[in-house]
Write a protein that binds this ligand. Structure first.
Ligand SMILES: [Zn+2]
Length: 174
């Protein structure tokens, strides 16, 4: 009986989450899709996609992992802004840039000589890729928050919307 109770609970929680995930979509991207530059050059491969958890306390992937050319490769600001954090979080170097409009980018593991409050322009080098996020590949983790909500960073550099316009912008399953 114990075993059968578990799937039931999971089903309940999924059906409870499903309707809630609609309104929380990514409507109204302030910067507009395709407006930002890639933080790595040449255009990087996406090693691991954005996979936000259904609930804040659950595990997931709150950003994208981009393949770097090598450890130590330069990381550029995808959009202008102000450095709002530079430091070590737990065991990894992190830099956060506040782009305005409630949008903040965080990169890790990235070592930076910049200081909090420094202004950066799009394309400026903000640091270099350190080891450790992807097991065998040099990579950088890029997370973007709008307010407190994590959004898909790729929605800012590439247009992920379907070409057919739907009544509302919602997550298209991905
Ligand atoms: Zn990651």
């Amino acid at each position: 009986m114990k075993v059968r109770a578990v799937p039931a609970a999971i089903l309940l929680s999924i059906s409870a989450i499903a309707p809630a995930s609609g309104p929380v979509g990514t409507a109204g991207a302030a910067a507009g899709p395709g407006a930002w530059d890639w933080p790595l050059s040449p255009r990087p491969a996406v090693v691991r996609a954005f996979d936000p958890p259904d609930k804040p306390w659950m595990s997931g992937h709150r950003g994208v992992d981009l393949q770097a050319a090598a450890d130590g490769a330069p990381v550029a600001a995808p959009e202008s802004g102000t450095v709002s954090f530079v430091g070590v979080v737990v065991d990894r170097p992190v830099i956060t840039i506040d782009h305005g409009n409630g949008l903040r980018s965080s990169f890790e593991p990235v070592e930076s000589g910049l200081s909090t409050g420094a202004a950066v322009s799009r394309g400026d080098v903000i640091g270099t890729v350190a080891r450790g996020h992807c097991a065998s590949l040099p990579c950088v983790h890029w997370g973007v928050r709008r307010g407190e909500e994590y959004i898909n960073p790729l929605s800012l550099v590439t247009d992920l919307r379907p070409s057919i316009l739907l009544p509302a912008t919602r997550r298209n399953g991905g």
